[in-house]
Design a protein around this ligand. Structure first.
Ligand SMILES: NC(=O)C1=CN([C@@H]2O[C@H](COP(=O)(O)OP(=O)(O)OC[C@H]3O[C@@H](n4cnc5c(N)ncnc54)[C@H](O)[C@@H]3O)[C@@H](O)[C@H]2O)[C@H](O)CC1
Ligand SMILES: [K+]
Length: 522
């Protein structure tokens, strides 16, 4: 789903009205109704809602939401931070249609006590103070309103954007002058703040309000991953399926002391739906990898004195690869000098699509040209540290421009880059770029990267012709599995195998979300 700027959103609204004949008042009606539904869905127990409205169209959405909440038998108090006479256009019309009296709070002296009194009687606050029309700095009156909302203990649902936030900001935002938000509903398409702002604690959803797809255009060139973007991966299988239809993945992984990385990648690959998964691993660790799960096949490789894959294994791996659909190289390999040579030779010569991760990437430091010359599609999955080594810059520099760095590397090495971390970036050689919003800090634990490699390889085994589709699907599902695992065991106790167990739930959640009109971003 495209990310659009505030100005592009205004253009989309205008074009929707001018070219597609949808009145702007209808857009506002749909937006306000979605906001009311978001409150009820997220807080079904809430009996009383305080709707705080500014004087622009964001406030207009608030009036519509208030009318609908009232119709849904909720107690509603509208707190209008302006003179009703000063309302214009659609917002003025929606104010007229409200159907009950609003409380006008426009004095800086009394606003705090007025809002405190209203909040004492409410269960939820709907924040409709400022939206995409906000120009900093926040006026003193609005600043007091935002401070009062933030000081209350109530959950806050943001209409469009948390008030006071920069809609177009591409970095995390914080500060006193921005409303905190526990949930947000935005309209038509997400703005950069919804993806990069780190302002909403809970769910952010995008509600369609009447703009046709053709009207949603953006020059940002950035997309956020949603299940609809990888629906092909979620499709039901034909009844006459056999395992040959879902590919055979070869995972070259593991070393003495790191058998778990190989096993987790292999299991995640199977849980992602690969027909068959074979883990090729040094002789001395084969038994431990094989004993992890009976469904995994294993191949024993010649090894160095350190129990890592040795150069003599290259021929055997290449022979094996001939029968495979896809290859993954990296989890738990170590940086043994011989093993590094194995990786380089495999990447150089492979004729099958490849996922390269972890020590597979460390082996390519100063050798990244090999990616450009690869015979088949490659997907690399570096974390920021690995990316910094591949690019010869510091991790801090990578983190300061994650999108730019991933895009450059993808275009110059002709590879798909999955730059991991909070808000994983996926960049394709074509310039197409995706951002992921699923996942949580609990996933910062050993082995979650191996699980991602496994999921990605499993999807690629099924869809070898579409590596970008597999990359966006794998990253989104992996984050969702992390969220489901977190809901079960908590952020602190989450471990990588929880993600493997939760992957089936992630597939189910993604499929379910295809049925809903609202698009969840996280
Ligand atoms: N498709 C859609 O996205 C739709 C969105 N809608 C909603 O409309 C707002 C944008 O409305 P707009 O009137 O352009 O702007 P705002 O309401 O966000 O704010 C403008 C309003 O506030 C004043 N203002 C601006 N900056 C400040 C400031 N620093 N301090 C105080 N006041 C400020 C300004 O003068 C204006 O009066 C969008 O977010 C959606 O919620 C529509 O409903 C239709 C479809
Ligand atoms: K708002």
């Amino acid at each position: 789903m495209k990310i659009v700027t505030a100005q592009e959103m205004r253009d989309i609204d205008r074009i929707t009205t001018e070219r597609y004949g949808v009145p702007s008042l209808t857009l506002m009606e749909n937006a306000g109704r979605a906001a009311a539904e978001m409150v009820v869905e997220n807080y079904p127990e809430a009996r009383s809602i305080a709707v705080v409205c500014g004087k622009g169209n964001n406030g207009g959405d608030g009036f519509v939401a208030a009318r609908h909440l009232h119709k849904m038998d909720r107690g509603v108090e509208v707190l209008l931070l302006a003179d009703p006479e000063g309302l214009r256009g659609d917002a003025a019309e929606m104010y007229r249609q409200l159907g009950f009296a609003a409380t006008i709070v426009k004095s800086e002296e009394t606003i705090s006590s007025n809002l405190q009194r209203a909040f004492a009687e409410a269960d939820v606050i709907l924040d409709a103070v400022l939206g995409t029309g906000f120009k900093p700095p926040v006026s003193p009156l609005y600043a007091k309103a935002i401070a009062a909302m933030n000081a209350s203990k109530l959950p806050i649902v943001a209409v469009d954007v948390p008030s006071g936030a920069d809609s177009d900001g591409m970095q995390p935002q914080s500060g006193e002058a921005i409303a905190r938000a526990d949930a947000a509903v935005t309209f038509t398409a997400p703005k950069p703040v919804h993806v990069f702002g780190d302002l909403v604690r809970g769910k952010t959803v995008v509600a369609p309000i009447g703009s046709p797809d053709e009207a949603i255009v953006s020059n940002l060139g950035l997309n956020v991953i949603t299940p609809a973007d990888y629906a092909a991966v979620l499709a039901a299988r034909p009844l006459n399926s056999n395992k040959g239809m879902y590919g055979h993945a070869l995972i070259v992984a593991g070393s003495f002391g790191k058998s778990g990385a190989a096993a987790m990648a292999g299991m995640a690959c199977l849980r992602a739906g690969a027909g068959l998964a074979t883990v090729a691993t040094p002789k001395s660790v084969l038994t431990s990898v094989a004993s992890y799960a009976p469904e995994l096949m294993t191949e024993s490789l010649a090894e160095t004195a350190d129990g890592t894959i040795c150069e003599a294994a290259i021929w055997a791996i290449q022979e094996l690869a001939k029968k495979m659909t896809v290859l993954a190289i990296g989890p738990g390999l170590t940086q043994n000098a011989e093993t590094i040579q194995v990786v380089r030779e495999l990447v150089r010569a492979s004729e099958k699509p490849m996922v390269i991760d972890a020590d597979g990437l460390n082996a390519l430091v100063d050798q990244t040209e090999v990616l450009k010359d690869a015979k088949a599609a490659t997907i690399i999955t570096p974390h920021p540290g690995e990316m910094s080594r591949l690019c010869g810059i510091s991790t801090k520099e990578v983190q300061a421009d994650r999108v730019g760095i991933a895009k450059n590397f993808a275009a110059s090495r002709y590879t798909i880059v999955v730059l991991k971390g909070d808000k994983t970036v996926i960049a394709a050689p074509s310039g197409e770029t995706w951002i992921n919003c699923t996942g949580n800090p609990g996933m910062a634990t050993g082995g979650t990267g191996d699980v991602l490699t496994g999921i990605l390889t499993g999807l690629l085994a099924q869809h070898p012709q579409d590596p970008l589709l597999c990359a966006i699907a794998a990253v989104h599902l992996h984050g969702m599995a992390g969220d489901l695992g977190r809901d079960r065991v908590g952020e602190i106790s989450l471990i990588a195998t929880d993600l493997i167990h939760a992957l089936s739930g992630a597939f189910e959640r993604a499929k379910k979300s295809l049925q809903k009109p609202w698009v969840p971003l996280n």
